[in-house]
Unconditional design. Structure first.
Length: 214
C-alpha cells in the first residue's frame, strides 16, 4: 500500500479547484461512506482523516484492499456510468472530511480542468500496482511474510507515527487479518513471533516497528 496521498495536495491547481467547487461532508469514525452494490453517483477526495476500501463476501466477511489518505480520490466508479453498482465497501477509519462531487458536475469540471484526470489516473495506477502486488503476496508468501510486508507498508503511510526507536502503526488484530487474508488468531500468532524476535513491540492497537539496534 503506497503512500499516494500528500499533505500538500492543495498546491495542485486542479485539485484545489475541485475542492473549491465541490461539497464538503463530514463522516464519523467507522462510518460507511459507500456500500457494496450502491449505484455510483459521486467522486470523493479526502481532505482529513482516512478510509478503508474493503471487499465483502456473501457471508459478510471483509478483506481490506487499500487505505486512502488526504489527497486521494475514491469512488471513481461514478466515472463509468455503464457499471450499475459499486463493487467495494468504503468505511472511515477516523473522523473524516471529504470533498464530494457528483458525476454530471464532474464531467463539466473535468472539461475545464482536464489535468485533474492525470492526477486521478496516477492514483488509480498506483492503487492497481499495489493490488497486483498483494495478489502476488497471497500466492507466493506465507502468512508471516504477508504480515511483515503489511507492517512495513503501513510504516510508510502518512498516518504512521515516527519516533526515536522506530515507527508506530495503529490497527487491530482483526484489521490486520483482513489485510493479510488470514484469521485473527493467525495474525496474533505472527505478531507474537515478531515480538519474540525483537522486531516489534505490540500493545493493544499500537504496533511499534523497531529500527535495527533499538
Amino acid at each position: 500500500m503506497s503512500a499516494i496521498g500528500e499533505t500538500n495536495f492543495l498546491e495542485d491547481p486542479a485539485v484545489r479547484a475541485f475542492v473549491t467547487q465541490s461539497h464538503r461532508r463530514r463522516f464519523s469514525a467507522k462510518q460507511t461512506v459507500i456500500h457494496s452494490g450502491d449505484s455510483p453517483q459521486c467522486l470523493y477526495l479526502i481532505l482529513e482523516g482516512s478510509v478503508s476500501i474493503l471487499a465483502e463476501d456473501e457471508q459478510g466477511r471483509e478483506m481490506v484492499l487499500a487505505y486512502c489518505h488526504p489527497g486521494e480520490f475514491f469512488g471513481e466508479m461514478c466515472l463509468f456510468p455503464h457499471l450499475e453498482s459499486r463493487s467495494a465497501l468504503v468505511r472511515t477509519r477516523a473522523e473524516t472530511w471529504v470533498a464530494e462531487m457528483g458525476f454530471e458536475p464532474f464531467k463539466a469540471f473535468s472539461a475545464k480542468h482536464p489535468e485533474v484526470m492525470k492526477v486521478l489516473a496516477g492514483q488509480l495506477a498506483l492503487r492497481l500496482r499495489d493490488t497486483s502486488r498483494r495478489l502476488a503476496d497471497l500466492n507466493f508468501l506465507d502468512v508471516s511474510g504477508r504480515v511483515a510486508r503489511i507492517l512495513l507498508d503501513l510504516a510508510n503511510q502518512p498516518d504512521a507515527q515516527r519516533e526515536e526507536r522506530g515507527c508506530i502503526v495503529k490497527l487491530s488484530r482483526q484489521e490486520l487479518a483482513r489485510i493479510a487474508g488470514c484469521s485473527r488468531e493467525m495474525a496474533g500468532r505472527v505478531l507474537k513471533t515478531l515480538e519474540d524476535d525483537g522486531l516489534i513491540e505490540s500493545s493493544g492497537r499500537k504496533i511499534l516497528i523497531l529500527q535495527p539496534g533499538s
